[in-house]
Design a protein. Structure first.
Length: 489
């Protein structure tokens, strides 16, 4: 047996199999092909033990016969072997038994979400991301950019590791207007908010460090923190944000290097942390000497005064890195984010940024510099559209899935749905894939695997897409409940 062999966790294995059931052909063949790919790519390697047919069938919400047939096919091709007392293992003859080198985080929670960003089937509706399209203001700004800014940009070399000066000035003005006085030299421009979190993690964390995070949270960002070797400690939220009593205990017990928070329209709960709660968080962080990574990716879409000032605006003396982004405010394809930080920290972040990519694309930055000052004027219309989309989604869910429950979010663009007690959202996600919908189970958002009967559901879809989505979710829910012997079937 390979000395690196292991028994993957069942949930991790399900994530590795990805959207296996969304293809064509018999279910057992689709499952066989998914295992074949996982073995040949090295995600499963020689000696790795597979779960029993019964356990895997339960996790995938398929019949045991489907798993038995898939395992038989894999044995026939020589990719797995079954030994008495050892169960079914990846065979030593498998072609792809090397350790993966693609950067995937072992035990990560965003594996399936990221993979489907790369290989999403054309008819699949994903709940892994919000769905706002680029608007006419984006197109108009792009035309002005080409006519007015492009000649000057092409006259220079194009290297700005810390960011285009015009954009750094616009970001500084944006933060100042929202209650956080900022100068351009306190800003580093990044390629989206995810890179901003990544650079901050590389600066503040190392292998064996500890990060306190909210539970639930966004799995992609949790994996970024894990990727640098940090151990995550989750602290639950209430209706006002992260719980102060639990946070105080965690800070005292774990002595973390970083506290990662989403205070403005938390993902996935939609919670808006109050000004008082932000002040207490800053005071606790200063008391314990821990840096705060404040992820405010939703805040750029707001007009001044719509949300309390950032945590960094509190005078408690805590070290705070504030992340922002235009993705939620403008368009997912405009990958412009930033970090607002103390002056001495910005120079260090800029060096790390330069090692990553020498600087974000200059034309995108110039476009962002034009758009950012216009966002406060656009905020009322954006709020109106989101309210209409929320009303549409709420109506559809109430009509077709009356057993589901949720609290109206304070903002953002997602619903945090609680399924009936006893429902495993991971199993439901497998059924939903077969009906053309990618569901994000609550357990993937929690460092402890809790919230296992919750799902994250964006509501910022066009009405016709929302109707199709809820119809698919409803069909999947009916299939799951009928498979579990519900009386109404």
């Amino acid at each position: 047996m390979d000395r690196n062999s292991r028994t993957p966790e069942l949930d991790e294995l399900v994530d590795l199999l990805g959207d296996w059931s969304a293809g064509e052909g018999p279910l057992y063949q689709r499952l066989t092909d998914a295992f074949d790919q996982a073995v040949r790519s090295g995600d499963l390697r020689t000696g790795d033990r597979l779960p029993s047919e019964r356990r895997l069938a339960g996790a995938l919400s398929v019949s045991r016969a489907t798993v038995v047939a898939a395992y038989d096919a894999l044995r026939g091709s020589g990719l797995v072997e079954t030994r008495r007392g050892s169960g079914t293992q990846v065979s030593g003859d498998a072609a792809g038994h090397r350790v993966p080198v693609d950067g995937r985080v072992r035990g990560g929670q965003a594996t399936a979400v990221i993979q489907r960003l790369i290989t999403q089937p054309p008819d699949l509706i994903s709940l892994g991301r919000t769905a706002e399209a680029g608007g006419p203001d984006l197109a108009q700004a792009l035309l002005h950019l080409v006519r007015e800014d492009l000649p000057g940009l092409l006259c220079e070399a194009g290297y700005h590791p810390a960011g285009l000066p015009a954009l750094r000035a616009a970001i500084a003005a944006h933060h100042t207007a929202h209650g956080l006085p900022t100068t351009p030299d306190q800003v580093v421009v990044t390629t989206g908010a995810t890179q901003a979190v990544t650079l901050s993690a590389q600066l503040c964390l190392g292998r064996g460090s500890t990060t306190i995070v909210e539970s639930p949270g966004w799995p992609g960002c949790l994996d970024v923190l894990r990727a640098v070797g940090s151990r995550l400690v989750g602290v639950e939220l209430d209706s006002d944000g992260i719980r102060i009593d639990r946070l105080a205990t965690a800070l005292a017990e774990h002595r973390p290097a970083l506290l990662y928070l989403m205070p403005t329209y938390h993902n996935p709960t939609g919670t808006l942390m109050s000004a008082g709660r932000r002040r207490r968080v800053a005071e606790l962080a200063a008391e314990h000497g821990v840096t705060i990574l404040e992820d405010s990716a939703h805040a750029a879409a707001l007009a001044p005064g719509q949300a309390p000032p950032p945590i960094a605006a509190n005078p408690a003396g805590a070290a705070v890195l504030t992340v922002g982004s235009l993705t939620k405010a403008v368009w997912g394809g405009l990958r412009i984010g930033w970090i607002r930080a103390p002056h001495d920290t910005v120079a260090r972040l800029a060096r790390i940024k330069a090692l990553n990519d020498l600087g974000s694309p200059l034309l995108d930055q110039a476009l962002a510099a034009r758009l950012l000052p216009t966002l406060p004027a656009l905020a009322p219309e954006r709020t109106r559209i989101l309210r209409e989309q929320l009303a549409t989604m709420t109506r559809l869910l109430t009509e077709q899935l009356p057993e589901w429950r949720w609290q109206a979010p304070q903002g953002g663009s997602v619903l945090w749905i609680r399924l009936p007690a006893g429902t495993d959202a991971r199993v439901y996600a497998q059924v939903a894939l077969r009906h053309g919908a990618e569901v994000i189970p609550g357990a993937t958002t929690d460092t402890t695997g809790a919230h296992d009967n919750y799902i994250r559901l964006p509501y910022s879809f066009a009405p016709e897409t929302a109707a199709t989505l809820v119809s698919r979710l409803s069909a999947a829910w009916t299939a799951l409940t009928c498979a579990n012997g519900h009386n109404s079937c």
